[in-house]
Design a protein around this ligand. Structure first.
Ligand SMILES: [Zn+2]
Length: 406
């Protein structure tokens, strides 16, 4: 069901659009956030609709901003094809949206984004309609099973083919797996689209976060609520949208800032983003050598390996040996061989996790193993991003012998 594509071609609305971005004065944003808090508290079926603007603070380019993908393409500038990165983490706004759904203050979320950040924040598919698909989901053409990946599944960027080349892993199925991405000129996915329409038809409040509302037919969804008597539309976006005059409130503000203020007036906290990742490391004999390895053996939330660099420090009797490795795409295991295993007395492994490469911030996790009593070792780390300061912390939370965790 998920993969049946709806009729009606997507199309961009370009006419009479002011391309400028606006930011309302702080007092104005405060007043509007307070008003939205009241609308939300009085609503019975509130729906949030999100676009690229909710993900820009995670490092994903938008489409319609001054440096947006489409804006640049129209000026003839050469743009690098953006490949979704599984390293990206949900923004403060994603965390806030998830919290409102958990508290049932928001009944449904509709998103045009394929970046998977709503799912990573903890929303499930019943609470979310990803009408343009999800880069990390491939679906079996035969049995319909969803296969979630920690890498972007799309393999046919130059065509409208959706086969990823992989096969279904369900018992005795082996059907072809298809990506769920909706390209320009293609129809929306029927399952998410119908779920979105159903919720918009019930909605008495729709809050748009970070969408220029310029792609048909998806941009027609938020205004559907206006058919319901007494319903309200709120648009939070830096640019003006074609639905500007239909909205009760237009807030020109970044979505993270707006959600911070909204939560202040709702007297709620936005939870920090937390995920756990487990590493196994150890030493084992391979012929007459020893293999020293560290590998990721357990992870939640479909995030690719977050390790940027690994430094092995091995003590061979009195001798110290360093072995440094930089991570490559999708890498989850690092290893090297040494010749004289009987001389190994101690191994230290530093996992360097660089979450904000541009800002030069990195976290180092150190593991230590005594190869004699316990040749294998598992360690679980909890990685947390503070929703106020944005600071990332990595904490060692659990450890045990061989695979007692994972
Ligand atoms: Zn299958």
């Amino acid at each position: 069901m998920y993969l049946i594509r709806q009729s009606g071609l997507p199309e961009i609305i370009n006419e009479n659009i002011d391309p400028l971005e606006y930011i309302d004065e702080d007092v104005m944003v405060e007043a509007k956030a307070k008003q939205v808090a009241e609308l939300l508290q009085n609503s019975k079926h509130a729906v949030i609709y999100t676009g690229a603007g909710i993900s820009t603070s995670a490092g994903i380019p938008d489409f319609r901003g001054p440096n947006g993908v489409w804006t640049q393409r129209e000026t003839g500038a050469k743009i690098d094809h953006f490949k979704p990165s599984p390293y990206l983490l949900p923004t403060i706004a994603h965390q806030a949206v998830k919290t409102l759904v958990e508290l049932q203050m928001v009944k449904h979320v509709v998103s045009t984004n394929c970046d998977g950040l709503h799912i990573k924040s903890g929303l499930n598919q019943n609470q979310l309609s990803e009408i343009h698909g999800n880069s990390y989901l491939e679906v079996c053409a035969d049995c319909g099973k969803n296969h979630w990946r920690d890498y972007a599944v799309r393999n046919n960027w130059s065509s409208h083919k959706h086969e990823t080349g992989r096969k279904c892993e369900s018992y005795r199925c082996e059907g072809n797996l298809l990506d769920t991405i909706v390209n320009f000129g293609e129809d929306e996915l029927e399952g998410p689209w119908n779920q979105a329409v159903l919720n918009m038809n019930k909605a008495d409040l729709v809050i748009v976060l970070g969408s220029s509302l310029r792609v048909r037919r998806s941009c027609e969804l938020p205004v559907m609520c206006l058919e319901n008597e007494g319903s309200n539309l709120v648009i939070v976006n830096l640019q003006k949208t074609p639905s500007y005059d239909k909205a009760k409130l237009n807030v020109h503000c970044r979505t993270d800032d707006f959600m911070g203020l909204l939560f202040k007036y709702l007297e709620l906290d936005i939870p920090s983003y937390v995920f756990d990742v487990t590493y196994e490391f150890g030493i084992e004999k391979v012929d007459d050598k020893s293999r020293i390895f560290v590998r990721e053996c357990g992870q939640d939330k479909h995030i690719a390996s977050v390790v940027d660099e690994v430094l092995f420090k091995v003590s061979l009797g009195a001798l110290e040996l360093d072995h440094k490795m930089r991570s490559r795409w999708h890498e989850t295991e690092y290893q090297f061989l040494i010749d004289e295993p009987e001389l190994v007395t101690k191994i230290n492994v530093d996992l360097m996790m660089n979450f904000k490469e541009k800002e030069g911030v990195s976290n180092i996790c150190s593991l230590e193993i005594d190869p004699v009593p316990s040749p294998y070792f598992c360690v679980k780390f909890r990685i947390q991003r503070d929703s106020v300061t944005g600071e990332m912390t990595v904490e060692r939370v659990e450890e045990g012998g061989f695979c007692s965790i994972c």
